[in-house]
Design a protein around this ligand. Structure first.
Ligand code: GTP
Ligand code: SPV
Ligand code: MN
Length: 613
């Protein structure tokens, strides 16, 4: 049962937790934000039922037809609140230098003052939920604890799916345990300063938004948005931005990576970690359904990985999440049948279209759209309309253990040994289908120079090419040049046991703008080559882009491909690559000499190599 404290009966925070700092913080934030009620969340099924019923009654959730989609709901966000807001995301380190040129920075004292003003009375008339959570399996040596305060019941039920949330997590927080404080408000009080009660709206939010991080004190403050990465603070804010700082200080890595276990026809298993920018294929790769016989891919994580060198000298990784917050459009029976099977029920859908029969639909779920739908904004939609029925960043939120391909090891507290790391981006030109780095430093160079065409996962111009180093541009909690250095040091620490590093690109296009590579399940062919390289049984051809496969050794059985297409997929054009090195030089220059020498050296060597071709 949910525990409710009423300000009228006095706050009993100290009775709820053994951690004095936590009790004091909840009391202090309650006094600042002035909620009508305080609820300590337990993470039980009855709490879920109560909250979803309330949300349905208020018109914030639509209950889907249980015949098709049991215990599942549709949320329609405010049309202005549909993605992460990078312009409003801040790293408030003591100095601007520590945040680096790729982050927005504000002085911590200044930001604190501004936020305190915004949070003053922000929960008037609303319930404040106290949401204790563990990122990683409860009690794992690799896990971390946090507590989110929020006035969004949508965020609470989403956190229940996405993290280990509730009493068990709270019990992990002993008198001296470290935990991360994360405060979130939609910024829409139901009672004004002069006491007038306002009508409630289905998706409250505020035009003013702040997603603020204090890396020195490990605090998160989020204001004004109810959406995904802005409001589920265990995810990007904690597990990436704050965790990347903890990882730097404690000698591990917090990454925007999927995790998979691959088993070859010979029965040998390998674990791969892959970093692709937002909406560039992590969930799809994590649930890959191989088209080549005898191969098996199992899912461990689809968005975030925490990797740590352990006593045996190997790099071990956990998925700190408990659910998937996946992109809906493009997810269909043809592309990702595993995801379609995963979301059979117990799923929250956000900004997808509603069918007449009370189920959901989005572009790409089925080849043909239903004739009539209600679109993501609640308006009538017919298949003759140009406009999309689902928002391009519409999402499903679903428990990971519903995934039919979930690996047994997915919640192993010790994590899994990583055999290879893969970097990728969405590139219509220049970047080959797959390349292996010559060594760890070259692999770090590959990660540092990822560029990708922007997607709808964040506000901004979709399609525009931008650098997204390690797919962490929006998620690194400190100066990225120092982050590159941290990666180089990790390679030295791991030495000969370090995983091999690869780069992939599923998105290369021909002159007509069609994808050269079929992608999705066919990506298993690339996985096979990567495994054969790990095993040392496939050869490679050296190029400025790294070591490429030979056509003879690459498994193309059953996949018709002309020599021209193969050549286009793997073409490394010296002129185009020289232009890329200029972009890289401009990226590195932004860091005022802080980029590690090993990466500068690689850039210079690459230049020489390209100029002599
Ligand atoms: P975030 O959750 O935002 O971090 O994204 P993600 O990296 O998990 O992206 P996801 O797997 O959801 O893919 C986003 C889009 O890319 C979807 O529309 C997919 O259909 C599409 N996509 C994924 N894999 C491939 C591929 O191999 N080829 C092509 N052409 N498209 C792909
Ligand atoms: C991403 O944008 O990389 C996501 C979705 O995984 S969100 O949680 O909204 O950041
Ligand atoms: Mn992501």
């Amino acid at each position: 049962m949910t525990v409710i404290d009423s300000p009228a009966t006095g706050f009993a925070s100290s009775a709820r937790t053994r951690n004095a700092r936590l009790a004091a913080w909840v009391d202090q934030m309650t006094a600042l934000m002035q909620p009508e009620r305080v609820v300590w969340c337990t993470g039980t099924a009855s709490e879920w039922d109560m909250l979803t019923k309330e949300l349905v009654a208020e018109g914030s959730l639509i209950k889907l037809n249980p015949e098709w989609r049991p215990n599942s709901f549709l949320a329609r966000s405010d049309p202005s609140d549909v993605a992460r807001v990078e312009e409003r995301t801040f790293i408030c380190s003591e100095t601007e230098d520590q945040a680096g040129p790729t982050n927005n920075w504000r002085a911590p004292a200044e930001m604190r003052a501004e936020l305190t003003g915004l949070f003053d009375g922000t929960m008037r008339g609303r319930t404040m939920y106290v949401v204790p959570f563990s990122m990683g399996p409860i009690g794992s040596p690799l896990s971390k604890l946090g507590v989110q305060l929020t006035d969004s019941p949508y965020a609470v039920i989403s956190m229940q799916i996405m993290t280990r949330m509730g009493t068990e997590a709270l019990e992990q927080i002993g008198p001296d345990t470290d935990w991360v404080p994360a405060v979130h408000s939609v910024g829409s009080p139901l009672i004004t300063a002069d006491g007038t009660r306002l009508p409630s709206t289905p998706w409250p939010c505020n035009d003013t938004k702040y997603i603020a991080h204090f890396p020195e004190t490990h605090e998160i403050w989020s204001f004004g948005s109810g959406y995904g990465g802005n409001s589920l603070l265990g995810k990007k804010c904690f597990a990436l931005r704050i965790a990347s700082v903890l990882a730097r200080d404690e000698g591990w890595l917090a990454e925007h990576m999927l995790l998979v276990k691959v088993t070859s026809p010979e029965g040998r298993s390998y674990n791969l970690a892959a970093a692709f920018p937002s909406a560039c294929g992590k969930t799809n790769f994590a649930m890959l359904h191989p088209t080549i016989p005898g191969w098996r891919v199992e899912t461990i994580g689809d968005d975030i990985a925490w990797l740590r060198p352990t006593a045996d000298g190997r790099l071990r990784a956990i998925n700190p999440e408990r659910g998937f917050f996946g992109v809906a459009p493009g997810t269909g029976t043809a592309t990702n049948p595993t995801a379609v099977a995963t979301i059979w029920g117990n799923t929250i859908f956000t900004n997808v279209a509603l069918r007449e029969d009370g189920d959901v639909w989005w572009e790409g779920l089925t080849p043909k759209s239903p004739e009539k739908l209600i679109d993501w904004q609640g308006a009538d939609w017919t298949s003759s309309l140009e406009a999309k029925a689902a928002h391009p960043n519409s999402r499903f939120t679903v428990p990971a253990d519903q995934c039919p391909t979930i690996a047994d090891e997915w919640d192993d507290p010790d994590g899994v040994i990583i055999d290879a790391i893969i970097f990728g981006g969405r590139r219509s030109t220049n970047i080959p289908l797959v390349a292996e780095s010559v060594d760890w430093a070259h692999g770090v160079y590959m990660g540092a120079t990822i560029s990708s065409e922007q997607t709808a996962a964040a506000e901004g111009p979709v399609g525009q090419l931008r650098h997204d180093p390690f797919a962490m541009l929006p998620f690194c909690g400190y100066n990225m040049a120092d982050y590159f250095d941290h990666w180089l040091k990790m390679g030295s620490a791991l030495g000969r046991t370090a995983p091999k590093i690869f780069q992939v690109n599923w998105f290369r296009k021909d002159a007509d703008g069609s994808f050269l590579w079929p992608g999705f399940g066919e990506n298993s062919r690339v996985v096979e080559w990567i495994v054969r390289r790990i095993e040392g049984t496939a050869s490679s051809v050296p190029t400025p882009a790294g070591k490429l496969p030979t056509r003879e050794e690459f498994n193309l059985d059953g996949l018709p491909m002309t020599d021209e297409t193969w050549d286009e997929l793997f073409d490394v054009d010296p002129g185009a690559w020289l232009a890329e090195t200029e972009q890289t030089e401009a990226l590195f220059a932004r860091f005022d000499g802080r980029v590690p020498q090993a990466l500068q050296d690689h850039l210079h060597t690459l230049r020489w190599d390209l100029q002599s071709r």
